[in-house]
Design a protein. Sequence first.
Length: 210
Amino acid sequence: MELFLSEIFSFPIILFTIPLIVLMLFWLTAFAGLIDIEILDFDTDSDAEATSGTWIESLGLDGVPLTVVLTLVDIYAFAFTYLARKYLMPLFDGVLTATAVGFIVAVFAVVIAIPFAAICCKPLRKVFHTHEAVSKKDLDGVICTVTTQTVTESFGQATADDGMVYTIMANVPNDLSKGSRVVLLEYSEGTDSYTVASEAEVMAMSSASV
């Protein structure tokens, strides 16, 4: 055990040992629910962030949180550096200094680790795939069935075909009643409700505008 610890804290393995320890502590904290695993992920609005995202995609490391990418790359780089220090670096004794060989090994370890990490990212994309929630403002045009006896300017409810229930309102007087088919027209944040019109009225207006 002492020999192993001595190895992993020697150069160049230590370049990946310390980050690995930090990442392990991060994952323990994340599993405890104290930190978000996507803490390093940012929206790619700016040109710099968009370019960064393009590079990640070109390397096949997209689709998973950046913390996962860093962990996978570091694990593989650590393993390759450990093996190289044990079996490859002794071959260069007397040819190059230990520091020079160490830096070369570290660089090549990262280069080799990236495609291996990319292979691991592929099956993980399904795990981290997320769907953007549909905004209530984007539901205009959804057809629903009225479930209340009447629909007024302050009262009404309707159910969409997918089972979602919405609070609705309409100008009075109107012919809307239980079972009427209506179309969501406009969402009001103040009342968390939708202004609606009958499906027949909307169809008539659409035909007239054509």
